[in-house]
Design a binder for this molecule. Structure first.
Ligand code: LR7
Ligand code: MN
Length: 463
């Protein structure tokens, strides 16, 4: 009797262990062929085949198995770049022996060049994303990429990843704005690629005015902004266009994965954006039941999709902001306070090379430029809450920020809500606490709990 009971317990234990393993495996199950199954359900055959393979990477003494989605090959691949001689383009700018590979771009140029333009990357989405359906008649988009002295290999990889991993019918055009880079050919040669247009600024404008220039010339009804050193992942575009098509006041971003600045490994960012500081500045998001979108008080700023007429209606960007910085806050406050919303879509993934310093110069100096831009955002949008900005950054007091009359008029004309409404409704968790003193910002700006540092930036991060 006792033996029978012991056996039964043993069998139950084994079954329980196996069940647990099966459950865990199910939940982490990587897709065998995400793109092809997704395109079948959507009836959107755009001639792409996906082959999956197994690979391992070794990092920090750990072996991480990776399922790699191969880029689509064979048909179409060779025509993707049209008349561009890719080899010659990349060879035109190469690291010289003995040169520091980090010097010009603040990432390892040698590794980037070595990778080539069409490598496989891991599909980092939750496997359930592959079974989502999108409308068959999604509108197309103009992709806008501004750059100043970007490395040729990262810029080309950004473009090629868009062409490889987007349904061609959704890409109206790719607009490159060369923000007065030293070599005009970096951009010009790329306009030999079908759908790629190149505009060159006659002087350095910074990313904000460059993006406005790109938006003004865009012919599609939806705008998609990208940094110049990204790699878009499988089915990145459809979820974003779908959400904007359903409601043109939504401004949507992907989850931004990390491309290592040292070895260019593509690393998944956590999809759990609730709580904790993260690179997306999106902690404390509201997650919907099906986990396919979450609202966020602020977007990172570089990678987002927005209806073009909504972008224009809301006043585009503050074009008195220079070079880099602050425009992501200004846009985020404006979108929420003037009747729109911001979302992050976990089924959309885009990799970005995060850097530790700016590889380019700021004609007016890094700190002064950042202060000018963020002061403009605070003065126009933050009402009485701007005092917290100044107490976090006392050096901003008295620094020039130009006239904000136009932006105040815009705010009045759009009948935007007060900042207090934003604080109480969009970001109610944001409160000043003692913890603020201890928080270290590794990547710009937003703290989870500290209003005081809402427009803070890390001096040690971008010296
Ligand atoms: O003078 C310039 N002209 C430009 O065209 C300076 C820069 N640029 C371009 C540059 O080539 C790049 O494509 O502007 C883009 C952004 O500059 P980066 O990549 O040097 O800076 P970043 O990655 O820190 O940029 C982040 O913060 C910026 C604040 O102004 C912008 O909002 C960027 O779009 C933003 N990037 C992202 O959000 C990508 C994901 C990072 C995160 C989180
Ligand atoms: Mn960037």
């Amino acid at each position: 009797m006792r033996r029978i009971r012991a056996n039964a317990i043993a069998i139950l234990t084994v079954a329980w262990i196996l069940g647990t393993f099966y459950y865990l495996w199910q939940d982490n199950k990587p897709q065998s062929s995400p793109s092809s199954s997704a395109s079948q359900t959507r009836g959107r055959g755009h001639g792409q085949k996906v082959v999956s393979g197994r690979l391992e990477i070794h990092r920090d003494d750990r072996t991480i198995p990776l399922i790699v989605t191969q880029p689509p090959r064979a048909e179409g691949q060779s025509q993707l770049l049209g008349g561009l001689d890719e080899k010659a383009y990349l060879a035109g700018k190469q690291l010289k022996p003995g040169d520091d590979p980090y010097r010009d771009h603040a990432f390892n140029l040698q590794e980037s060049d070595r990778l080539g333009s069409e490598r496989a990357i891991r599909d980092t989405r939750h496997y359930r994303c592959a079974s989502l359906n999108y409308d068959a008649d999604l509108p197309s988009t103009s992709i806008i990429i501004t750059f100043h002295n970007e490395a040729r290999s990262t810029l080309l990889r950004t473009i090629k990843s868009v062409l490889m991993r987007s349904p061609p019918s959704l890409i109206q055009e790719i607009i490159l704005i060369d923000d007065f880079s030293s070599d005009p050919e970096d951009c010009q040669l790329l306009s030999q690629i079908p759908k790629v247009r190149c505009l060159r600024n006659g002087r350095r404008e910074g990313l904000i005015r460059s993006r406005v220039r790109g938006a003004n010339t865009a012919s599609a009804s939806i705008l998609t902004f990208l940094d110049s050193h990204c790699e878009v992942n499988t089915d990145w575009l459809q979820p974003m266009i779908q959400r904007v098509k359903e409601d043109h006041t939504r401004v949507v971003s992907p989850i931004i994965d990390v491309i290592s600045l040292d070895n260019f490994a593509y690393l998944a960012a956590s999809a759990d954006l609730r709580g904790g500081q993260d690179t997306q500045h999106t902690n404390l998001c509201t997650v919907t039941a099906d986990n396919t979108q979450l609202q966020t008080p602020v977007i990172a700023g570089g990678i987002f999709v927005m209806d073009k007429s909504w972008f224009n209606h809301l006043g585009q960007y503050d074009t008195h902001m220079d070079i880099w910085g602050g425009e992501n806050f200004e846009l985020s406050f404006r979108v929420w306070m003037c009747g729109g919303s911001l979302e992050i879509l976990p089924c959309s993934r885009v990799g970005h090379v995060f850097r530790k310093r700016h590889p380019y110069d700021f004609p007016e100096g890094n700190a002064l430029t950042y202060i000018k831009n963020t002061r403009r955002a605070a003065e126009v949008w933050m009402d009485e809450y701007k005092q917290y900005y100044y107490s976090a950054r006392p050096s901003a007091q008295g620094k020039a920020f130009g006239s904000i009359a136009d932006r105040l008029t815009l705010r009045r004309k759009l009948n935007c809500k007060p900042f207090r409404w934003y604080m109480e409704n969009v970001y109610p968790e944001l409160r000043y606490t003692d913890e603020c003193e201890n928080i270290q910002f590794k990547n710009t700006i937003l703290s989870a709990v500290c209003l005081q540092v809402i427009l803070e930036f890390a001096d040690d991060f971008y010296p």
